[in-house]
Design a protein. Sequence first.
Length: 567
Amino acid sequence: MPGSSRMPISLRESFDSVKKRSRTIDPRQVFNIDILRNIVFFFFVLRIVRRTFWKLKGRGLFGTIAELYHDVRRVLYGYFLRAPGVRTQVRKQITESLAKVQAKMIPADGTRYTTLPKEGWTDDALRAELDALANMDHTRWEDGYVSGAVYHGEEDLLKLQTEAYGKFTVANPIHPDVFPGVRKMEAEVVAMVLSMFHAPPTAAGVCTSGGTESILMACYGARQKAYAERGVTEPEMILPETAHTAFRKAGDYFKIKIHLVPCPAPTYQVDVHRVSRLINSNTIILVGSAPNFPHGIMDDISALSKLALKRRLPLHVDCCLGSFLVPFLDRAGFETEPFDFRLKGVTSISCDTHKYGFAPKGSSTVLYRTQELRTYQYFVSPDWSGGVYASPGIAGSRPGALIAGCWTSMMKVGEAGYIDSCVKIVGCAKKIAEHVTSSPTLGTELEILGRPLVSVVAFTARNLNIYDIADGMNQKGWHLNALQNPPAMHVAVTMPITKVWERLVADLEAVVEEEREKERVRAVEGKSLKGKATGDTAALYGVAGSLPNKAVVVDLATGFIDLMYKA
């Protein structure tokens, strides 16, 4: 009928069928779905509650609030830096800064080679060019003007290393059947370093390309161990804020959450109580330094060892900088602290042979209490079409020549030689520290950080800007290390420095006196810049320390790395 509101037959039949089916739905199905949904929600809430509990337990209420404040401040400042007008200005300043760096790093004159020569050079032409490259204007490490970097440099050892390198230029330890001598030398290097650190008979180790790879491997192995033995899928590690930045790189590479623990004055050692509070079921490894790079301070490894044993966690001791000094401190007549495998909680140690072991650059070791722990860093691919593949670490092919150079250095110097170098290097560091403390000029203006026991002496300034002092030393030809958090600088004593340390402290006194005079003049003129940045180093670290968001510093550092590869 016209105007009827009756439902069409096909639609009505569909509606009726839906009603019939709804009557036949088993209430138990609805109940099961609700249970499943509630279970998922419960575990979601449990995850949030558990993480919140861990945060409050580890940082405390006020620490958690402070951390949240800094995170929010950093994010908001990041948005500010990306604002249209600000972003343009920041980019302009970064470009100008990098242009200055480029002018210093890459000479405007000189020939550049960006394509292969049409014909190979003659031997004489190559030797001439190599001499020119070696003699480019640089900080004179040969004269002891560089902190760290080159740890020995004596002519006789360099000649032996070069001879060893020449005999094994093409050697690759990935082929032990082809180069059995390299395999033998590598195994002996590891065995000798294990012996230095009082390793048990079950211990094992691996040679690496440097301290960073040693640390990466220890962290990766701990991650794999935690996954295999405890099913940890969200790994976390706890380290001192002064621990080497390679641990942060490991966290970034291997997706391990990092917990940084303060190292407060006056000891600048890691706060073991705070380490304990941060441990949870996702923790895979604890870390201590012997000593750390910034301040040269040895953490309380004994306390960390007891904590690691109690909580059944691995403890890695970073001894890359201490390397061949710390094991000989007592026999050289210096104060020392327990740090090695004699502490039962220590499960792994990284030690650089290319530092105070005096081996060629690109040589380090990572040591484990047991062979089983070492296997966690291995990579094995049993079904690759190219054959069964296995490697002990990140690298596949490795330069056997460096292993030969390392073995040669250790055999040449020997135990007596390392004890003697410890006497000279650590003794020199103590003389520098004593002079800074006792000098009327330096003692008034500078303050030694902590109680350094090894080769690094770090100090900050009481009234002056420490980075201006670093710039002043740089102008006198010295290449020292600027630090931050707190603002400071350090000297990593090497064999070359032991011969010129008196010149170093004399120049340091002169620079400090110059800065004091500048401050007096500014005060008279009413333009005092007490503690404020004026030089290049001061400008960089002063700005970096004041920014809640470090994106600008990251951009500068990224640009610097880019310049390193500019031909």
